[in-house]
Every structure is written in C-alpha cells, then in structure tokens.
Design a protein around this ligand. Structure first.
Ligand code: ATP
Ligand code: MG
Length: 367
C-alpha cells in the first residue's frame, strides 16, 4: 500500500499544500520547527483517524483557522482510494473513503496501514507497560477491525466502572450495576486477550530474527505476553477466557471496593521482553534495549504484511539520526518494497543514500 498524494489545508502550519509522493522512498528535509513531523502526522491521521501526538483535533487546526482538511490518494489491495478527513472546531469530524462516510475510524486503516516510528519508541522496553500496550493496540487496531471495536468498548466499560468505584462512597446504589459491567468486561476482555496472544507470538518470531541479525549471533530475544494471572493459556477458547476473567474479578472484588479502583482485567497486560532469557527491562544495556525496540517495530511491519498481504507505510520521524551507523544501515537494509517516509535535518545526506524523492519543508511549504 502507498499514499500517492496528499492535500493539507489548514492543518497545523500548512495553509494549503498538495504533494505527490514517490512509491518507494520519500525523504523530508528541513530545519527545526518547519513542519516535517506535521507532515508525517497528517499521513498517520489518514490511517488512524486521529493524531498520534494529541488527543484533541482542535490542536491540529491551524492557529488562525476554523477547520482543516486532509485528503490522500491511496493505492492498496490493487485499488485506488480517496480518504478524507474534515474537522472544524466544535463539530464532529467528517471522515469519508471514496466520498462515502465511514462508520468508524478503523475503516481508514483498512485502506492505509502505517507504522509510525519516533525516537521515543526506542525506549519502548524501558518504559512502563502502558507504552507496550499502546504499541500492541496501534498495530492490532489496524489489522483486526474486531479488535478495534472490542478495545473501544472495553475502554468505555473500564472508564465507567472506574467512575462507579470512585463515586461508590457517595452513591452506593451505583454498585448494583457492577456485576453487569464485570460480565461485559470479561466478554470484551477475552477478545483482547485472544488477539494479543496471537500477535505476541508472531512478534516473538519476527523480532527475534531481526534482533539476531542486528545484534550479531550472541544474543537471543524473546517476547512473552503477560495477562491476568488466572488466565492459564491465552490461546484457550473464548468461554474459558471469560470464566477465568470472571474468576479473577471475584477474587479481587473486595480489594477493588477498598481502593476504589478497577484492578482486574487486561488493561494491565504487558509484553515481557527477554534478552538471553533475562528481563531486558531490568538488565538490558541501553544499546540492547534500543536494538530490541527497533526489532519489535520492524517486526510489526512484517506481521502487517503477513496478515494483510502488503507492507504498511513506514514513517520514520528523526529515528535515523538517533541511531549509530550500524543500526542505521540495518534499518535501511530492511525496508524491502514498502513505501517509506523519513524526516531529517538539512545537514543529513540521507537523500544520496536512498532511491526516491527528496522534499524540502520550510515554514509549512513543501518544495
Ligand atoms: P523538528 O526538526 O524540530 O522536529 P519539525 O519540522 O518536525 O521540527 P513540526 O513539529 O512539524 O516541526 O512543526 C512545528 C511547527 O508547527 C512549530 O513551529 C509550531 O508552532 C507549528 N504548529 C504546531 N501546531 C500548529 C497549529 N495548530 N497551527 C499552526 N502552527 C502549528
Ligand atoms: Mg519533528
């Protein structure tokens, strides 16, 4: 899949720009604060339906504007698509594919899949579990529409249950609804576990291979999915997972009431990353954990190709400048046939390294 052209109007510091991209490699050059990341952000928006950088669409609208439009011509599954997002302050944003309104944003990622890679992703292993869950969620939401649905339902239930527990002292009557919340959280939670376990198994396979190639023969990487403790086998059938989740809720019900927080469920899942069989998070060196993070990110791109049949678009924002020459070369050699966007500052000479098109961005204008 690839994005052939992009129109930005009133998006961040872009007044009105239309650009055509190269099917393979696009290098975006420019000094700081000119709009390189904003351009990648626009492409991610056309894939995720929202920005990877902010929760509110308001921030994406140009300072002196009331609205923005993003429109991309995309080629995927041997067809051409026109994806469009229109957002205005105080109104619900309009998303269309081929001029037909979409029901939810995950329909955009069925058309355009992306892997967005930023320097902070190199800390994926050192960070808390939430970062690794975001990594899982962002990949799976694009690959499995049913996962995206279950995740948004689960998040909604979790927030609601958290409010009930929090307010339970003043409003004990609300607690009557808890069993129903628990039942629905177990049902949707089981769907999350089903997909996460399978994704983690693929991740383990692909990331280990990448890590071995990048780090040299001496190191082995493995990735294990960890979830609710009563789940003995995350590959078990739906009914088994649901009853194991309900069992965990039962044993934690008193504690949840005492601390007035939701303690039970896959919202605490994690990926345990091991290098040579010991926890990389606790014992890995800076270089080892960065290589492992790199391997995980590249692996998610391979998994996308395995499931969908095409590489997603890879967006590398300032990543290469963060890597030593050996790892830079490793990333560049693993790009394969997919489309890639790479940002860099003017002094870099990436343009010469790669075949493709070089764009210069200055103050929201692309040349
Ligand atoms: P760096 O090399 O430092 O990462 P960059 O080229 O990636 O720089 P961006 O993050 O793309 O820079 O753009 C930053 C610029 O966009 C800033 O000058 C910022 O003020 C401007 N900007 C951000 N949001 C908006 C907005 N909503 N409206 C107008 N301008 C904005
Ligand atoms: Mg930037």
């Amino acid at each position: 899949m690839r994005i052939n052209s992009l129109l930005l109007e009133g998006f961040r510091n872009y007044r009105r720009e239309e650009v055509s991209f190269h099917p393979a490699c696009n290098v975006i050059c420019g000094a700081n604060a000119q709009g390189k990341t904003n351009l990648l952000e626009a492409i991610v928006c056309l894939s995720w339906g929202r920005s990877p950088r902010t929760r509110t669409d308001r921030e994406l609208i140009g300072f002196d504007r009331e609205s923005f439009v993003l429109q991309g011509e995309i080629h995927s599954r041997d067809r051409d698509f026109l994806s469009r997002i229109e957002a205005a302050a105080g109104r619900k944003k309009k998303i269309t594919v081929n001029r037909v309104p979409v029901k939810n944003a995950s329909e955009l990622s069925q058309v355009l899949g992306t892997v967005f890679f930023r320097p902070e992703d190199l800390l994926l292993i050192r960070e808390g579990a939430a970062a690794r869950r975001r990594f899982l969620d962002s990949a799976l939401c694009q690959l499995r529409p049913r996962y995206a649905e279950a995740l948004s339902e689960y998040t909604r239930l979790h927030e609601h249950k958290t409010r009930i527990l929090r307010d339970s002292e003043e409003r004990p009557d609300l607690l009557d609804t808890l069993p129903e919340f628990n039942r629905r959280m177990a049902e949707t939670g089981a769907v999350l576990i089903h997909y996460r376990a399978r994704f983690a198994r693929l991740l383990d396979r692909y990331a280990a291979a990448f890590h071995g190639q990048c780090a040299g023969g001496g190191e082995t990487l493995s990735i294990r999915y960890t979830t609710v403790s009563t789940v003995t086998d995350p590959f078990a059938d739906h009914g088994t997972l649901v009853s194991e989740l309900l069992e965990h809720q039962r044993t934690h019900a008193a504690a949840e009431l005492a601390v007035r927080q939701c303690l039970s469920g896959p919202h605490k899942d994690d990926l345990e990353v091991l290098i040579n069989s010991v926890s990389a998070r606790s014992f890995g060196s800076q270089g080892q954990t960065r290589t492992a993070a790199l391997a995980m990110k590249l692996a998610s791109r391979e998994i996308h190709r395995e499931i969908i049949g095409e590489y997603p678009v890879l967006l590398l924002d300032d990543v290469l400048s963060e890597l030593d020459p050996k790892r830079q070369e490793f990333v560049l050699n693993r790009l394969g046939d997919g489309q890639v966007f790479i940002t860099c500052c003017e002094e870099d000479r990436l343009g010469a390294l790669l075949q493709g098109k070089v764009f210069y961005v200055q103050n929201g204008e692309i040349s």
